[in-house]
Design a protein around this ligand. Structure first.
Ligand code: C2O
Ligand code: CU
Length: 484
């Protein structure tokens, strides 16, 4: 009798324990589900960064739809190109066959060149990318409706569809374009290309780095290549990292200067021989006078490099030393006072086990919250904004804010003392903290995400939103918009 009672009791305890585990798990699972289709303007919770919350009346007064924040609708474009996206097998310039995506039949796609003041018009045609595609102008602070983010600023262009982008080129620099629909797959597969805002110059060299199918390339070719330039030419090498991870790059054979970062000139750049750590999505312009013996752009190791000069420069590796923009160059005014910030945001990147959309895993968190319950950084036009980005997630993250350039104020509490360090893509290493600041001068709804694109698709993604912004676009479900 006592035995039976004990056994029954034992079973009850076991059931209790099972339920104690399963019920909260079930709850966590259920609450992690991302709605089938959602409005990105209503995602997560509002974070006003200590500034005044914007009420609904306010919304109504300043309410604006992303769709209305377009570039100039009239005017004859100075640059008028058509870019056609295809899913296809294609050959790298070095011969290897890749099954991926092309723009006008090649990857990288064609270089687009504009000058400051130009009206740029790009007619984007999706010939055969079955998930749909868009073009985002990475680092160009275009009006919101031209930003090319599926489900946020437009619908993904379906096979057979087209979309016209129009914007004014306002800042010189090295930029790139890429699909922002299923970007973790489409960018990786080749749906991107370079865009330079500057007149063509004799010493210009474009160096687009990308890994196709495990093969790292420079300008779509593996191994080494050569650019013929006479000795004495001032060469400006525009390096673009379209991959998901940081890469050390630099010139060997002569000292060089880091003259621009993320499309913004560096002030007072001095000659260096150290390597430059180029974040995923970031760009850097390296300048040097071509020596008689030639020089070499090295991307990672000299196995992937570009000999530049009258003769093929000797092989060699990058120095272990690294250029640090926190102290590089000389100070200059930044045009606003970060000490008088209207908003102070925190973007704390962490990681914890749980469910994301019902899938168990170790997921990224932003301020302790998992996607889609992440902070919506709310601003009003004209605000001076500070943001402290910290990272304890165990991995580095190249953080990219759309539509704005921010200046780095400090790293790990150490104030920046070099040239104003303007970024659109900032590598935040594990256990690092950066303080950045910017002026909210480009209304709309802007992505703020990790440019290691698989991380973004795993939820390391949120938005900066101007008060009262609305969007007619939706993510997921029947919209077929999947920006990450
Ligand atoms: Cu280069 Cu959100 O993108
Ligand atoms: Cu990341």
């Amino acid at each position: 009798m006592a035995d039976v009672k004990n056994r029954r009791w034992g079973r009850l305890v076991a059931l209790g324990v099972t339920l104690a585990v399963l019920v909260p798990l079930g709850y966590l699972w259920a609450t992690s589900l991302v709605p089938g289709e959602y409005n990105p303007a209503e995602m997560g919770y509002a974070d006003y960064g200590g500034g005044p919350p914007m009420g609904h009346e306010h919304h109504a007064m300043s309410g604006m739809s992303v769709a209305d924040l377009t570039g100039p609708k009239t005017g004859t474009p100075n640059v008028d190109v058509t870019l056609v996206a295809r899913k296809q097998k294609f050959q790298l310039a070095s011969g290897e066959t890749i099954d991926g995506y092309t723009v006008n039949g090649t990857s990288p796609g064609p270089l687009i060149r504009a000058r400051v003041g130009d009206l740029v018009q790009v007619t984007f045609v999706n010939e055969s990318v079955k998930d749909g595609a868009t073009l985002h102008w990475h680092g160009i602070d275009v009006p919101n409706a031209e930003d090319g983010v599926a489900g946020v600023t437009q619908d993904a262009v379906p096979v057979g569809g087209k979309h016209v982008y129009r914007f004014k080129a306002t800042q010189t620099g090295t930029y790139w374009y890429h699909s922002h629909q299923v970007s973790s797959d489409e960018v990786k597969g080749g749906l991107f290309g370079p865009i330079v805002i500057a007149p063509a110059a004799a010493g210009e060299v474009i160096a687009t780095i990308h890994t196709y199918d495990g093969k790292r390339t420079l300008n779509g070719r593996t191994g080494t290549a050569r650019v013929e330039l006479p000795a004495g030419t001032t060469a400006r090498v525009r390096v673009i990292n379209t991959d998901n991870a940081i890469l050390r790059v630099g010139l060997i054979g002569t000292p060089y200067r880091v003259v621009a970062v993320d499309g913004r000139d560096v002030h007072g750049p001095t000659p260096v021989t150290a390597a430059y750590p180029l974040p995923a999505g970031g760009r850097v312009d390296l300048e040097a006078v071509v020596p008689a013996g030639g020089m070499r752009l090295v991307a990672g190791t000299s196995a992937l490099s570009l000999g530049i000069g009258p003769v093929d420069a000797p092989q060699g590796e990058l120095q272990a030393e690294t250029v640090d923009l926190l102290t590089y160059g000389t100070t200059a005014p930044i045009g606003f006072d970060p000490a008088k910030a209207d908003r102070n945001f925190e973007y704390r990147i962490g990681r914890r086990p749980g469910f994301l959309d019902g899938v168990p895993g170790l997921w990224w968190t932003i301020n302790g919250h998992k996607f889609p319950d992440v902070p919506m950084f709310m601003v009003a036009e004209g605000d001076v904004v500070r943001m402290k980005i910290s990272n304890t997630s165990g991995q580095a993250h190249p953080m990219h804010l759309h539509g704005h350039h921010a200046v780095v104020l400090s790293r790990n509490g150490v104030a920046a003392t070099g040239s104003p360090w303007w970024v659109d893509t900032l590598e935040v290493g594990n256990k690092e903290t950066y303080e950045i600041a910017f002026v909210a001068d480009n209304p709309g709804l802007w992505m703020d995400h990790c440019h290691n694109l698989p991380h973004a698709s795993e939820g390391l993604m949120t938005h900066l939103m101007y008060e009262g912004t609305t969007t007619p676009y939706r993510v997921g479900g029947n919209s077929h918009n999947e920006p990450e």
